[in-house]
Design a protein around this ligand. Structure first.
Ligand code: C5P
Length: 234
């Protein structure tokens, strides 16, 4: 497994207060990172032009926008994201939403990642929201529906990766946040895995924010994560 393949597995979450800070971080990371996640906070602070600049600079961009709306709106918004040249887009794993987004890809290389059940939800939260099943059952049901509809992958916790890989097979992309290098600061993440363990559990891409962006030397932190990934892929 080459270093480039390993580098492609790392997605750095640009959870920074504004575009200037995000752009400074991208410059600092240089060739060490080729894939960035831009979420809602940055998108509402001029993050879309940044996404376009990153794509033009040869970087891959994961737009974590978690679409969920009526099918027509989801389809048209998905087509816009495809035009931006993004590589990944998140959508909520409601069948209508997944079908609408899937239908809007029209041969574009944009890949859809479904959020099955947000990890902030437990069984009590689902019951409060009117669902008649718990989180584990709903995750399994929506994961199967995502695959059947032709969604490209899932966002999930690294602890779910091995079971999902076994249930869904090789051709579903599994993308996992909640990653901490051994001995790293957990911050608000409770259930974490090291990069090597997450890759061994079947994750295709790791979304990592603060262990890189808050490191004293972000470039060295990214290099060390990529080296660990390369070791796990070897
Ligand atoms: O800084 P840290 O590595 O914890 O960042 C992880 C990224 O993944 C953040 O952008 C966070 O919003 C996202 N994420 C997560 N847990 C989820 C879903 C998304 O940490 N269940």
């Amino acid at each position: 497994m080459s270093k480039t393949d390993a580098r492609d597995r790392l997605i750095v979450a640009l959870d920074l207060p504004d575009v200037a800070a995000a752009e400074a971080m991208v410059n600092r990371l240089g060739d060490s990172v080729g894939f960035y996640k831009i979420g809602l906070e940055l998108v509402y602070g001029d993050g879309l032009p940044l996404a376009t600049r990153l794509v033009k600079a040869g970087k891959k961009v994961f737009l974590d926008l978690k679409f969920h709306d009526i099918p027509n709106t989801v389809a048209r918004a998905t087509a816009q994201v495809a035009d931006l040249g993004a590589t990944f887009l998140t959508i909520h794993a409601y069948p209508q939403t997944m079908r609408a987004a899937r239908g809007a890809l029209a041969g574009s290389p944009l890949k859809l990642l479904a959020v099955t059940v947000m990890t902030s939800y437990d069984d009590a939260d689902l019951a409060e929201a009117g669902f008649g099943m718990g989180a584990a059952e709903l995750v399994a049901r929506r994961a199967r529906q995502a695959k059947d509809i032709g969604v490209d992958g899932l966002i999930l916790s690294p602890e779910e990766a091995a079971a999902m890989r076994a249930a869904l097979g090789r051709d579903m992309l599994l993308v996992t946040p909640g990653i901490r290098p051994a001995g790293g600061d957990l911050a608000d993440q409770k259930r974490v895995m090291t990069p090597a363990r997450a890759i061994a559990a079947g994750a295709d891409h790791l979304v990592i924010g603060r262990p890189v962006t808050q490191a004293a030397d972000p470039k060295a932190a990214a290099d060390s994560i990529v080296a660990e990934i390369a070791g796990a892929l070897a």
